[in-house]
Design a binder for this molecule. Structure first.
Ligand SMILES: [Zn+2]
Length: 277
């Protein structure tokens, strides 16, 4: 095996598979074009395709294969699209924390980040009946303060970082949580945002639920099912399972200490200053 320290997956499965969808809808439009978002009708319609059309399509694929998966929703989207929240929960899927309006954590100070985190958490509690177990930073903008907040708020896993092929632990002086890592190559956004639809190059905002993509996802899931030895799970189920593996001494995760740096590297500042002259 090329991967070292892989957790022993249940029932001899060779891997755990989690398709995670970030249902951002038009939050990103309001975030980046606050003053004019209401005048951008075409863009809004493209982004509303996510909750209105793509989500029911994806849910029906999951039903077909009897799978439970994880969705990350900005809390503002939950408030705007309560029917989507209901559809996700009715099918037994997990909803993870994905900020309020898809704001970027690493552009806020610690206090603001905590405020918006807690406000979003309250929405999740009131609409799903339980606090979030997992978190994904919007646009992967995990901040220097994010881990502190995740630990304080009892978040059991993060899904924003890329530091390994298999789950590991991110830790600091305050505590730790699981990292269930992703990779830009696994994220469909770069692949699909400007890819071909029926031989026409189209900028697609709601990427994964569009017909051609949904069909590709269905094929992929079907292939994995037929192959066997695959554990389909929500990220919460994976975090639960890892906890049990650790408790029983069957797996010892790699521990990544954060922060990587306490500030800008001084030598580099000098190089930059010299370059500027
Ligand atoms: Zn997002």
């Amino acid at each position: 095996m090329m991967i070292t320290n892989a957790p022993p997956w249940p029932n001899g499965a060779k891997c755990a598979v989690a398709f995670t969808f970030d249902l951002d809808a038009d939050s990103i439009l309001h975030l980046s074009h606050h003053a004019s978002a209401d005048t951008r009708i075409a863009q809004t319609s493209a982004l509303r395709y996510g909750p209105e059309i793509a989500l029911p399509r994806l849910l029906s694929i999951y039903r077909e294969f009897d799978m439970r998966q994880t969705f990350f929703l900005p809390a503002w989207c939950m408030e705007r699209y309560p029917a989507s929240v209901e559809q996700i929960l009715d099918d037994g899927h997990e909803i993870g924390h994905h900020h309020y309006l898809h704001e970027h954590a690493n552009t806020m100070n610690a206090e603001m980040e905590r405020y918006w985190f807690q406000r979003s958490k309250e929405v999740i509690i009131s609409m799903t009946g339980q606090p979030p177990r997992g978190y994904r930073a919007a646009t992967y903008r995990f901040s220097r303060n994010t881990l502190d907040i995740l630990i304080d708020e009892g978040i059991r896993y993060d899904a924003s970082l890329f530091g390994d092929d298999v789950p590991y632990v991110i830790a600091n002086a305050r505590g730790r949580t699981y990292e269930i890592p992703s990779h830009y190559g696994l994220d469909d956004w770069p692949h699909y945002q400007f890819s071909r639809d029926f031989d026409t190059l189209m900028p697609i905002k709601s990427t994964r639920g569009r017909l051609a993509r949904a069909s590709a996802i269905r094929k992929l899931i079907s292939y994995m099912h037929n192959k066997g030895s695959v554990w389909f799970a929500t990220l919460e189920e994976i975090a639960d399972y890892l906890t049990e593996l650790e408790r029983t001494g069957q797996w010892h995760p790699r521990i990544d200490q954060l922060p990587y740096y306490s500030g800008p590297i001084p030598e580099l500042g000098k190089v930059e200053a010299e370059n500027a002259t």
